[in-house]
Design a protein around this ligand. Sequence first.
Ligand code: ATP
Length: 365
Amino acid sequence: MDFAENALAGTGKSSQSGRLELIDVRRVFGNYNALDGINLAVEPGEFIALLGPSGCGKSTALNCIAGLLELTGGEIRLAGKRIDELQPEARGFGMVFQNYALFPHLSVRKNVGFGLSMQGVPGAESAKRISDALALVRLQGQEGKLPGQLSGGQQQRVAIARAIVIHPPLVLMDEPLSNLDAKLRLEMRAEIRGIHDQIGSTTIYVTHDQDEALSLADRIVVMREGRIRQIGTPQDLYDRPNHPDVADFMGFRTRIPGKLVSVSGNRASVDAGGVRLEAVAPGHVSVGDRVLVSIRPEDLVAVDEGEGLKATVNSIEYRGRAFFGLATGPDGSELFFRADRTYPRGASIVLRPLAERTLLFKEKA
Ligand code: ATP
């Protein structure tokens, strides 16, 4: 029996973890609302990414689920049972942190087996489970080493093995790849998803890296200021962000304020400081609304002259297939654009958005 089958057969927890529900979860620090009413349901076996900028409450949410932080309000349920009053050990979740949090004086094998000895798992079974977990993270042969004798990537594998060896109903990961270099991050990303698929557990993964969330998760939860802005599949969020903040996170870096002047079908026309821009119209806007137009750099194309947004080049760089740059509009707005050739700093250019890939959001009144 390999580790995956073992994980499912052993305690059986991984295969029957049940639905995790956060119901109006709140956490206050002093008078600051770090979590301001979080509602989320995670299905067994799902890989969920909590994505958002620094300080939005991702780690606080994860720590509340883990039991490392008490809630100020709301409930957390697993398979219908309330768990938010249980101690972390009683929840039995696997945790992986950015800084690995390994015991420096214990060997790899003892680090991985620590949770099992705490649970009183008998020696022979424990030995088998540790070996299976080490095989899954490809660390066979390293069992006797101390953490200090391993590379960063290997240490993180030990932390992952330690988290999954207990067959947890939930694996919680807080920016586990942030301390690794870019190449290793890519490799470990694929491995983390592979391990999740093999053991069939439910994973909640905190990151501020949009690419990581898009490539790993079944669903992404975008957070901002202690609240959930949007929940959706990677494709949903990438193509149809429902809020300018989410759009910003999904790469729509240019934001241009304007006024909606006409809507026809799913196409809207916006007056942005005297320039007419075409965009995809969301359902809930009407003529006269103040709106925000959001565009990705690759969809805002520089031309030498003609119709479009007049701008002055600040900086430009070659990125393989095309040039990407930053220009300033007449009102001082930052415009992130693509070009087929380079332009000198200070050059006057005209930027044209691709209408079918330009989004529009209603501004708050
Ligand atoms: P990062 O990616 O930087 O870790 P995050 O989204 O995980 O950010 P949290 O660590 O959850 O953010 O913090 C959310 C907010 O709560 C922040 O403003 C933070 O300063 C505050 N906060 C977190 N922990 C505490 C604490 N123990 N005491 C006081 N304030 C806290």
